[in-house]
Design a protein around this ligand. Structure first.
Ligand SMILES: CCCCC/C=C\CCC/C=C/CC(=O)SCCNC(=O)CCNC(=O)[C@H](O)C(C)(C)COP(=O)(O)OP(=O)(O)OC[C@H]1O[C@@H](n2cnc3c(N)ncnc32)[C@H](O)[C@@H]1OP(=O)(O)O
Length: 280
């Protein structure tokens, strides 16, 4: 059975963890076929807090160093939401030191994912704006559930912020320059059929088939010898990643200046308020 191929690894935010005796990221070694599943679990919306980013990096590092694993399926444990993107509360009303630590963690996760030697398949089982979309774009292949609510895209401009150059590069490398330019300026969130048409995802399948499709795709990618596939991936991606690696500190300083502006703080606060008021 396909499910037998899969091992489980759950990323959880500490605040939602059961007793402290349980490790944060659970990495079971039961799997023999070398495929792990990273399930994001930070309810209610899988926002990427500093803690989740850090935990994600640690989990990936463990998998990279454990030679029994050759592939990872990245998916969500929150119904209907793949990830709401970066945790906006981490970018609002905090200290400069906090912003710097947060942004370094965002950079680190992007670099780890984008340059991973593992085959990464995104099983996108929910809405996926901004940072959520970015995570999927770093994967080697994206399978999206066919649900009209499951929009995906880099919507930063709609929040009054700007997708940094390496977010932009990741999108350009996936969908091409013109589609990326339009999508980024307008902050477009694509419904599944559109996302497929522009190449933001590779496959759209019925919701109950996302996981099994990701597994089938994984088998196809794992049929290729690792060394050849990994070197090819590096050839394709390293130039993009190197642009950030060469100027990580400058990128952090740029983020600090940008996010500390009164106008940006105001935009982010207004956006958060709008989200919160939606309910009431
Ligand atoms: C030139 C270069 C310049 C350099 C620039 C530098 C930096 C700027 C770059 C900034 C990059 C940002 C990337 C991002 O990822 S920003 C995040 C963008 N995300 C979004 O726009 C998604 C927002 N959320 C939603 O649209 C919805 O929540 C949803 C995901 C569709 C789910 O909807 P629903 O199920 O109805 O849930 P609620 O909306 O009621 O939300 C529940 C709860 O969660 C809070 N929340 C939602 N999203 C976030 C988030 N991203 N961060 C923090 N909190 C979030 C929401 O406020 C609710 O909270 P309460 O329960 O307290 O009301």
């Amino acid at each position: 059975m396909a499910q037998d191929l899969v091992d489980g690894l759950l990323i959880k935010a500490r605040s939602h963890l059961p007793p402290p005796s349980e490790p944060l990221g659970k990495l079971s070694k039961r799997d023999r076929k070398g495929v792990a599943v990273i399930k994001l679990k930070n309810p209610p919306v899988n926002s990427l807090s500093l803690e989740v980013l850090t935990e994600f990096v640690i989990s990936l590092e463990k998998l990279e160093n454990d030679k029994t694993f050759r592939g990872v399926i990245v998916t969500s444990d929150c119904p209907g939401i793949f990830s709401a993107g970066l945790d906006l509360t981490e970018m609002c009303g905090k200290s400069q030191a906090h912003y710097a630590e947060f942004w370094r963690a965002v950079q680190e996760l992007w670099l780890r994912l984008y340059l991973s030697n593992l085959v990464l398949i995104a099983a996108i089982n929910g809405v996926s704006p901004a940072g959520g979309c970015l995570i999927s774009l770093t994967c080697d292949y994206r399978v999206l559930a066919d649900n009209p609510k499951y929009n995906i895209g880099l919507n930063e401009t709609l929040l009054g912020v700007v997708a940094p150059s390496w977010f932009k590069d990741t999108l350009v490398n996936t969908v091409g320059h013109r589609t990326a330019e339009r999508a980024l300026q307008l902050g477009l969130l694509f419904p599944p059929a559109e996302a497929l048409r522009v190449g933001m995802v590779d496959q759209v399948v019925p919701e109950d088939q996302v996981h099994s499709t990701a597994l089938s795709v994984m088998a196809q990618w794992l049929a290729v010898p690792d060394h050849a596939r990994q070197l090819t991936k590096s050839l394709m991606r390293k130039p993009t990643a190197d642009r950030l690696v060469k100027q990580r500190d400058a990128d952090i300083q740029y983020f600090l200046q940008f996010v500390s502006r009164d106008s940006i703080q105001k935009s982010l606060r207004m956006y958060l308020d709008k989200l919160r008021q939606k309910k009431g």
